[in-house]
Design a protein around this ligand. Structure first.
Ligand SMILES: O=C([O-])CC(=O)C(=O)O
Ligand SMILES: [Mg+2]
Length: 541
């Protein structure tokens, strides 16, 4: 064997996209000089899965399993995805919410191998060079974060990379996007998390966050580089802080095929699940009163999509908005508040409305409990990141005035959930219709997480060759999801059905792209069969 042959052998094993480990066949070992680098037994994908499952079963906690699975992903991607596929329900909570949250918090502690790219402020002149790597020639889906609002865990700096990696693992697991075509990106513009910055192990750039005009210029450079390097690729903005999330979406949604998962993906998931919930309660959508607690990216995204749905049911704009009570840090959002951000202002209630309210708190603006007492909502959604904000008195009061209250504590991970589902069931006397953002193994409770929407939206946008992702495409996704709801039990199909969910959503989204005039492929190419046929499956064939 020549030195070059030895190098090829090494690189085949070192590249997680080509490595098959013990499953390299005898012929492949001979042709590529792999004999001896591997033990002599020739394994199969099935035997490899069995070995890894045994190792997972022997571990005592999910964080260990997370680290193990991340290492497997960086070693052999076919095996990683075959293993995930073999137990989506068991492994999703490890590679994704909630364990991925700890994966971001402890990212530096467990950092081992590079995956994706870090575009940092000190390297800003090198952005195009970094992305020019021919390894990225096939990239079709990018998930990017700047790590500032990781789930409900706040600023994690470079550790936020765990989220793009996790979301893209789900693009493959649920939407069948080839792992060779995905690229996680972390924009490292510093971190305002002092604990991270002072951690001697921290792998990110140790500086306060770059903000203002410098941040905007950096993002503009990033977007222009992406436009040139990956024309037609889909970009998902993920876990940016509220204001940046809205600004970036507005600035770039018509320039790049892109969407914001926390605003639009979460909205479509929550709104779709609400459609299923109101079928159960028998109260038509436009006769509900919605309280949304926590009015950042997710909360206001849900509210906007709800308004679209209510308008489709005949409400005028004003009437639709008045069915929603938005609560943020200061309390109920009313027009007595000055300088409301643009996503909140349209939901400000007239301050006069609360003048005669029964109040137990003395703050300037009614808090959640008083809003429940006076509004008597039928739907309560939590997107606040505030653990236990839905406490017993609040939920008892909600259930006192409503036969079947719909309660969605959506904040992630579990350590940030507004309530535990068991408690909600008890406090509503079993009458509540419950959905959570993180998975809980509680019978009857749906996981209302954007994983039900973003893989399908992405697949549909790519399949149709869409030029942009329109609001109508998300509305269609929400309706499609609502129609997939089982007639009893949890409000959403089980996690084990996520691949079928993604195909269905993708088909609906692609149809809507055609209707909106943004598709570049003909409708005949966009049937469910054709879209399912595009999906990658983990196998060594
Ligand atoms: O990642 C998740 O589980 C849902 C999500 O986008 C978030 O909470 O930011
Ligand atoms: Mg997110």
């Amino acid at each position: 064997m020549t030195a070059a042959c030895h190098r090829v052998a090494r690189s085949l094993l070192a590249d997680p996209l080509t490595n098959k480990g013990t499953a390299f066949t005898d012929e492949e070992r001979t042709a590529n000089g792999l004999h001896g680098l591997l033990p002599p037994h020739i394994g199969t994908l099935e035997s490899q899965i069995a070995r890894r499952r045994l190792a997972l079963a022997g571990m005592s906690d999910d964080f260990q399993r997370y680290v193990f699975l991340r290492d497997l992903q960086d070693t052999n991607e076919v095996l990683f995805h075959a293993l995930v596929q073999s137990d989506l329900e068991g492994l999703l909570p490890i590679i994704y919410t909630p364990t991925v949250g700890e994966g971001c918090q402890r990212f530096s502690e467990v950092w081992r191998k590079p995956r994706g790219v870090f575009l940092s402020w000190p390297n800003r002149e090198r952005m195009a060079d970094i992305l020019a790597d021919p390894r990225f020639d096939r990239v079709k889906v990018i998930v990017v974060s700047d790590g500032e609002r990781i789930l409900g865990l706040g600023d994690q700096g470079a550790g936020g990379m765990g989220i793009p990696i996790g979301k893209l693992a789900l693009y493959t697991a649920c939407a069948g996007i080839n792992p060779a075509q995905v690229l996680p990106i972390l924009l490292d513009v510093g971190t305002d998390n002092q604990e991270r910055r002072e951690d001697p192990l921290y792998v990110g750039w140790r500086a306060p966050r770059v903000r203002g005009a410098d941040y905007d210029a950096f993002l503009e450079d990033f977007v222009s580089t992406i436009e040139r390097r990956f024309p037609g690729a889909l970009l998902q903005w993920e876990d940016f802080s509220g204001k940046n999330a809205f600004d970036l979406l507005a600035r770039y949604r018509h320039r790049l095929l892109s969407f914001n998962d926390d605003i639009q993906g979460t909205a479509a998931t929550a709104a779709g699940t609400l459609l299923a919930a109101v079928r159960r309660t028998g109260i038509p959508l436009a006769q509900n009163r919605f309280v949304i607690f926590g009015f950042g990216a997710a909360g206001s995204g849900i509210a906007e999509l709800l308004v679209r749905m209510l308008r489709a049911e005949g409400d005028d704009e004003q009437t639709a908005r008045r069915r929603i009570w938005a609560i943020d840090q200061q309390g109920l959002i009313t027009d007595a508040l000055s300088d409301l951000p643009p996503q909140q202002a349209p939901f400000a209630r007239p301050a006069a409305e609360t003048a005669n309210w029964t109040r137990s708190n003395t703050g300037a603006f009614p808090a959640l409990y008083d809003t429940i007492v006076n509004v008597q909502p039928t739907v309560l959604i939590g997107t606040s990141g505030q653990k236990n904000a839905f406490d017993a008195p609040t939920i008892h009061r909600l259930a006192q005035d409503c036969a079947m209250p719909v309660v969605f504590p959506l904040s992630n991970p579990r350590s940030r959930a507004e309530a535990e589902p068991e408690d909600l069931i008890a406090w509503t006397g079993g009458r509540g219709i419950i959905g959570t953002g993180s998975p809980f193994a509680v019978p009857g409770v749906a996981q209302v997480n954007n994983v039900y929407v973003f893989p399908g939206v992405g697949l549909g946008a790519l399949a149709s060759g869409a030029r942009e992702v329109t609001n109508a495409m998300f509305l269609a996704a929400a309706r499609g999801l609502g129609e997939l709801a089982p007639s009893d039990g949890p409000l959403l199909p089980p996690v084990t059905a996520l691949r079928e969910v993604a195909v269905r959503i993708a088909t609906i989204v692609a149809e809507q792209a055609v209707l909106d005039g943004v598709a570049t492929r003909p409708p005949a190419a966009l049937t469910a069969e054709k879209i399912a046929g595009m999906m990658w499956h983990p196998s060594y064939a």
